[in-house]
Every structure is written in structure tokens, then in C-alpha cells.
Design a protein around this ligand. Sequence first.
Ligand code: ADP
Length: 260
Amino acid sequence: MTAAPLAPHPPYATPGIAASTVGLSKVYGSGDTRFVALDGVGISFREGEFTAIMGPSGCGKSTLMHCVAGLDSFDSGSVRIGTTDLGTLNDEQLTRLRRDRVGFIFQAFNLLPTLTALENITLPLSIAGRKPDRQWLERVVSMLGLSDRLGHRPAELSGGQQQRVAVARALVSRPAIIFGDEPTGNLDSRAGAEVLGFLRDSVRELGQTVVMVTHDPVAAGYADRVVFLSDGRLVDEMARPTPERVLDRMKAFDARSRTS
Ligand code: ADP
């Protein structure tokens, strides 16, 4: 099946780059409790690419994702989504940017229990006062294998199905970029593999840009590239990762940090 082109979203500042940072720094606390969570991170996320962010606990993965997604403020440097420089936006504009241009998938699914799968999928559009594009909605729902589950409430769905609903909810507005925070952290390995396969399909078939934080080399193996963070800095990058190569790289980092 050849992918129909995505609806145009505003042009990218640099052709083919969905989001990017330059010299991004974030400091928590002050004085004795001052902690540099991000230390001059420069990274680009190419359009239609699946990136995994990895690194030891506390290295700044979530902070980076939250800053790029407009969920968290930063102290210096810049973040762009498309042509939009997040540093120039006020709170209301940031809220609108997150709503219209960014999709999120959380470890805990975050579906509303009283709504059906279909209502959960279309909720962000309803809140924005937009009507779903029927054809696109059907394509997303059928790609995710949810066509016969749309009337079910979350409690009537398995964990894997619930996360597929969350993936559909992220995809339905055709955001410039989707962020996943350990999206398979609450799933068993079979359901996790299924969700990761669908995330990869959304990149391959729909041209979606996806960025996922994970600590799992198997999950990272679904991505087109892996970037490694350590102490708030970008320290390495791997193209076309496999779980084995990712694991080897993580072991090498561990050995280096033990000897330094
Ligand atoms: P990761 O996602 O890689 O585990 P985080 O981005 O969550 O790391 O956190 C990076 C560092 O910043 C950690 O050392 C964490 O303790 C610290 N940190 C995160 N949020 C806060 C906060 N609100 N106040 C103070 N320190 C924080």
C-alpha cells in the first residue's frame, strides 16, 4: 500500500526536520541543590523518522522530551517544532502548539474510562473544536486493528489494545511529531512488540515522525536511530539499531562509567 501524503502542516524551518534543539540547557534548583539536567543538547528529529532516546536513569531523557514537546521550560538554547521557535511563545500559544502539532503516548495509556475507544481517539480533536478527517481516522483505526473495538470502553480492552487506542489518539490529528514516554513499559513483551510494530508502521506507512524514550534495547531496535544521553549531554548515536548492538553499546557505557 502506498501512503497518501500527509495533510500539509506548516513548513519546516529546515526542510525535512520536524523538530530540533540548539544548545538546550535546563537547570533544576539553585545553590546547593542546583542540578544541570540538560547541558547544551543539540539534536534534530528528521521528518518521517523513528528515534529512540536512551541513557541511564536520571540522565535527562524525560526532561529533553518535555522541553522539545513544550511541556517544560528551559534555561538557555532553543527548541523548534517546524518553523516555530518555542521560546517566542506565551503559555496560551504553547498550549495550542501542543494540542495541534504534538502527539503524546504515555506509559500509563491515560485514556478516559467513561469514554469509548472512538471517543478517546477523537477527544483531542473535539476539544480543539475540529472534526476528524473520516478517511484518515478509518485508515489509522484499521492500521491499528481497532475497527471492531471502537465501541468498547478502556476496561473492556487489553493493555495492548488500550495502548493502540492511545497511539490512534496521537496519530489522528496528524501532528508534526509524536512523543512516547516508555510507551511499552506497562505491557507484556508480546503486546509491547505489537505496539512498537504499529509505531514503526505509522512512520513507514503514514510518514509520521516519532520520538520514544526507552530503557529497553528490544524497543530501541524498532527505531531508525538511537541517541544516547549521559549526564544531560548527547554522547552517542546509532543508525539502524539492533537490540544486540544497543545492548553492547550500553554495556560499553557502563564499563566506562565504572572506570571513570
Ligand atoms: P531520565 O528521564 O533520564 O530518568 P529525568 O529527565 O527525569 O531523567 O531527570 C534528569 C535529572 O533531573 C534527574 O537527576 C532528576 O532527579 C532531576 N530532576 C528531574 N525533575 C526535577 C525537578 N522537578 N526538580 C529537581 N530535579 C529534577
